[in-house]
Ligand binder design. Sequence first.
Ligand SMILES: Cc1cn([C@H]2C[C@H](O)[C@@H](COP(=O)(O)OP(=O)(O)O[C@H]3O[C@H](C)C(=O)[C@H](O)[C@H]3O)O2)c(=O)[nH]c1=O
Length: 184
Amino acid sequence: MQFERSDIPDLLLITPKRIGDDRGWFSETFREDRFRAEAGDVSFVQHNQSYSRAMGTVRGLHFQLAPKAQGKLVRCPRGRILDVAVDLRSSSPTYGRHHAVELSAENGRQLWIPPGFAHGFCTLVEDCEIAYLVTDYYSHEHDRGLNWRDPDLQIDWPVDEADAVTSPKDRQLPMLRDLGRVFD
Ligand SMILES: Cc1cn([C@H]2C[C@H](O)[C@@H](COP(=O)(O)OP(=O)(O)O[C@H]3O[C@H](C)C(=O)[C@H](O)[C@H]3O)O2)c(=O)[nH]c1=O
């Protein structure tokens, strides 16, 4: 299992090893000891999975406010997505900056996104699933978001607004400049 630091401190890219044989391969996709050695004192309480039918589906950019802020360990066991995390920590030197990475069933890569970030993704093929561990329970009351189309974020999405499949909720999310201070 390989851990790589990204250009945004605290965001980690994880590539589990695959042990191949005549049947296929086996991979340890999570080990608490290795993960905590790299990410610190993190524990997970919920596991999520979502399926997106169409290529060009955009979910996000979402986060939960404190005290229900969530860290997320994201993987794509089916299909291929562009996964994006935006730093919303007001005290961070990389506030407002994002990291985008392709996660896929083929590359087996995972992205660790600590609390303090907005998270979203765009599907690159049809029939995609993402599966992710989170460090706090879902709370509708604390659920917030940032508009994926915000030009200030300078995210190079592989789909334009007219062709993207999005939820009504996501289409009405605020721009970063209107978000205010959400994380210290
Ligand atoms: C996140 C969540 C949602 N729900 C319910 C709420 C709605 O009735 C339904 C769909 O929720 P939503 O439209 O928020 O799902 P996504 O657009 O996939 O949102 C997620 O996708 C982005 C990329 C994320 O990082 C977050 O985990 C999460 O915001 O599932 C639950 O019951 N539990 C949950 O943990």
